[in-house]
Design a binder for this molecule. Sequence first.
Ligand code: NAI
Length: 261
Amino acid sequence: MYTELAGKTAVVTGGSKGIGTAIAKRFGAEKMNVVVNYFSDSKGAEAAVKIIEEAGGKGLAVQANVGEEAGAQKLLDAAINTFGSVDIWVNNAGVENRSATHELSLEDWNRVITTNLTGVFLGSKVALKYFVDNGKKGNIINMSSVHEQIPWPGFAHYAASKGGVKLFTETTAMEYAKQNIRVNNIGPGAINTPINAKKFADPVQYEETAGMVPMHRIGDPEEVAAAAAWLASDESSYVTGVTLFVDGGMTLYPAFQDGKG
Ligand code: NAI
């Protein structure tokens, strides 16, 4: 636990399920105020708020589309109106779908890029403006992926969005470092969330993915949330512009494990 986080306010996008919910719960356990953004799953967001409040934090569910400028502004306004400020902004919302690139529709390309990359830009823009205008020490955490580094056939739009997030994070980290604003990425590997629950429920597919992970297991959303809490805390006060991979070693060229190669 990080005692300095108590009473701080965070916005977590895509907080109604998966990694976003785990981060919202962890922030609740840190006794923080959390704006839990959801797109359509109000029940999931309300359930997260309940858990945050049971843990001693305060929560507020807010519907918004992260791919729209008005959506990001709505989240900022909700945080300020309800909790008086924003200290930490987590751009977590993301979508994916499989398609061979030569069959990928422009509609799917736009949906993935708009949510995963433009959404990070729009959330960062309102948060940065608020931090700069108020001379506030700010903290932005973007949810990238191992696929900011590892190519992923069938998911070119997803990999392009996460590769974009990597350089967007590094650039904004550099641009705002002098203003005491830190910007970091988390790069999850294979994590058991609704985005891939069906896949990991099948023992054959679970084993196929676990075989690509040196630690030989799929990760839990709480393990990603622990990284978010650390990046939000002062324990990481000299860390900016990095991607913290939470991937059981997936980015370490697992094919070389056991001295092969
Ligand atoms: P999920 O599907 O469980 O949750 C995604 C959340 O984003 C949902 O709450 C959804 O409603 C929300 N969302 C989607 N479009 C939105 C929009 N336009 N506006 C607001 N919210 C929107 O997925 P998961 O696994 O929790 O993923 C969270 C993040 O972690 C994503 O950015 C994903 O790319 C990333 N990630 C996940 C990995 C995994 O193995 N689960 C691995 C690497 C990265």
